[in-house]
Design a protein around this ligand. Structure first.
Ligand SMILES: CC(C)(COP(=O)(O)OP(=O)(O)OC[C@H]1O[C@@H](n2cnc3c(N)ncnc32)[C@H](O)[C@@H]1OP(=O)(O)O)[C@@H](O)C(=O)NCCC(=O)NCCS
Length: 181
């Protein structure tokens, strides 16, 4: 299935392109971003970004569905609705300069709206460190519910840290979206 281009009002979601890799390296290379993400190394190099990008393309059919979040000046973050599976994983980050403006809630709502209308997905899972209230707030604004504690291994810190697993049912998302419309 090809990935969509979605306008959200302030942002455009589109497939990540090779021309985005410098912006990804610079933004995810900030420790403030990497420290909240599980598999991202720090320092982060252009080679890391290339490896990540190539892996998404090589594995096309079952690759992670990663969308660039573009504010018109270029990539400011990435939102992923995971690999096609019974319970895909929802993940995301924004460059630090773009935090605190409601962008991730806007981008996340659009990405999940696409997932639930273009596919038969019934449940999406996600999770965030307990020390990341902004991320937990984004998930709860999108309709995710607490699915219990777990431990998240954070590569950039070499630590296993307490986190909260979150779960979103298709019906909950679609009824919340209907109410908001
Ligand atoms: C988490 C992240 C994506 C949030 O993006 P964002 O665009 O700033 O998020 P939004 O503005 O849409 O929503 C954040 C919400 O959290 C709230 N918030 C922010 N900091 C908070 C804090 N310290 N305590 C409680 N709430 C907080 C905001 O007020 C906002 O809620 P509101 O809309 O009701 O006011 C961004 O900070 C980021 O990329 N962080 C680094 C990577 C990361 O953590 N990724 C997720 C891994 S699970």
């Amino acid at each position: 299935m090809s990935l969509p281009v979605i306008g959200t009002g302030r942002l455009e979601l589109r497939p990540v392109a090779s021309g985005d890799l410098d912006a990804i390296t610079e933004q995810i290379g900030e420790f403030a971003v990497a420290r909240m993400l599980s598999v991202v190394p720090h320092p982060y190099t252009l080679q890391d970004a290339q490896g990540w990008f190539e892996q998404s393309w090589v594995r096309q059919a079952d690759g992670a569905r990663n969308l660039a979040i573009d504010n018109g000046s270029g990539l400011i973050g990435v939102v992923s609705v995971g690999r096609p599976s019974e319970t895909p994983n929802f993940g995301y980050w924004l460059g630090k300069a773009f935090w605190g403006r409601g962008y991730m809630s806007e981008a996340g709502r659009a990405a999940l709206g696409w997932l639930f209308t273009a596919t038969e997905t019934q449940t999406v899972v996600s999770g965030a460190l307990d020390e990341n209230p902004a991320s937990l707030k984004v998930l709860s604004k999108l309709g995710f519910e607490n699915a219990g504690p777990y431990t998240l291994a954070i590569r950039s810190r070499g630590e296993d840290l307490p986190a909260t697993r979150m779960k979103l049912a298709r019906t909950a998302f679609l009824s919340a979206a209907g109410e908001a419309a």
